[in-house]
Design a protein around this ligand. Structure first.
Ligand code: PEP
Ligand code: MN
Length: 344
């Protein structure tokens, strides 16, 4: 309530809250009076309390997500990806570049992309073996053959592997090859899949759905966490807006917002956010400046022949620009490039 709210105005709030079965606790401070509400938040929402005289602000204190909420953790979390002898941290203090082809197409293409990724400073390789495609006629991925290629390329390059799992029934298969499981934007609210990836013990990268609010995204993460897995990396990948020039609109504010609401690391996929090669590096720079804990970027040795998303893959001069940005900018925001944490 405002500092000069009258007793009548406070009472009016209390009456409204009690009229829907809630409890109201009034605490008076020197500069303001706070009315704490306990009960059904949805019912309170319907009361439009912020329109009552004397009310300054209505704040939802108890976040609907709990395990991933920042309130339960003093500091932000670092997620460690990979086997004990080769762990890559993702989180505050460090900066992690993940790069690779949108889809695994062949051994040569994946190895070529991995070498480009490593040269640009990546410590992890991305690449879809199971592809959730908007069109049923589009390339759907190589399936387990693609997973084998990813594992071979990890062996050859040392890059750890993140790859998407599309179906709950494939979780164990994908987890037997991947270092981190990706849940894609289209599956952000596939609750069976979320519970499945939460049960493997492997770190999970959860992309934001294109129509999902930050709160819905964190509630999706809560499903994974509820299964006992707190190794979750959030990935902002753009949301659907009225702007048709880009495939999605990168929600830059979601980066610090998700980091303030949750303790989980937040990385950004500028490639899928814009779908246009010439915009990827500027968006990557914006993401780093906004505090992203890492980036996931599409690269391809021959974008003009890519089976999927060639229009957004970096290869030559753009990739060198990205590498420069990833080298130069994170240290300006208190981050060191991701070191490999070897545990004895
Ligand atoms: C991807 O990263 O391969 C992908 C399909 O992205 P998204 O789920 O964000 O659309
Ligand atoms: Mn893609």
């Amino acid at each position: 309530m405002s500092a000069d709210a009258s007793q009548e105005q406070v009472d009016a709030v209390v009456d409204r809250v009690e009229s829907v079965g809630g409890q109201a606790f009034v605490s008076r401070g020197v500069v303001r009076t706070i009315v704490g509400l306990v009960g059904d938040a949805d019912r309170f929402h319907e009361l439009n309390l912020h329109t009552l005289p004397g009310v300054t602000e209505v704040i939802r204190v108890s976040a609907p997500y709990k395990l991933v909420s920042r309130r339960l953790h003093d500091s932000r979390s670092v997620v460690l990806v990979g086997p004990p002898e080769r762990q890559i941290p993702i989180g505050p203090g460090t900066f992690t570049l993940i790069a690779g082809p949108c889809a695994v197409e062949s051994a040569e293409q994946t190895l070529g992309a991995a070498r480009l990724a490593a040269a640009a400073g990546a410590t992890m390789l991305r690449g879809g073996a199971f592809k959730p495609r908007t069109s049923p006629y589009a390339f759907q991925g190589l399936g387990e053959d693609g997973l084998k290629i990813l594992a071979d390329v990890r062996e050859a390059t040392g890059l750890l592997v993140v790859t998407e799992v599309v179906e709950a029934g494939d979780v164990e298969l994908v987890a037997s090859y991947a270092d981190m499981l990706q849940v894609g934007a289209r599956n952000m609210q596939n609750f069976a899949l979320l519970e499945g990836v939460g049960s493997t013990g492997k770190p999970v990268m959860l992309k934001r759905g294109v129509q999902s609010t930050v709160e819905e995204w964190l509630l999706a993460a809560e499903y994974v966490a509820q299964r006992g897995n707190l190794d979750i990396v959030l990935c902002e990948r753009g949301i659907r807006t009225f702007e048709p020039s880009t495939s999605s609109t990168l929600d830059v504010s979601a980066i610090p917002l998700a980091q303030q609401l949750s303790h989980l690391p937040v990385i950004v996929d500028p490639s899928h956010a814009c779908g246009r090669r010439e915009l990827v590096v500027p968006l990557a720079r914006a993401a780093i400046a906004a505090g992203a804990d890492g980036l996931m970027v599409d690269v391809h040795p021959e974008p003009e022949y890519a089976l999927v998303d060639g229009q957004q893959a970096l290869a030559g001069a753009d990739l060198r620009e990205l590498a420069a940005a990833v080298r130069q900018l994170p240290p300006m925001f208190g981050r060191c490039p991701a070191a490999v944490v070897a545990q004895s």
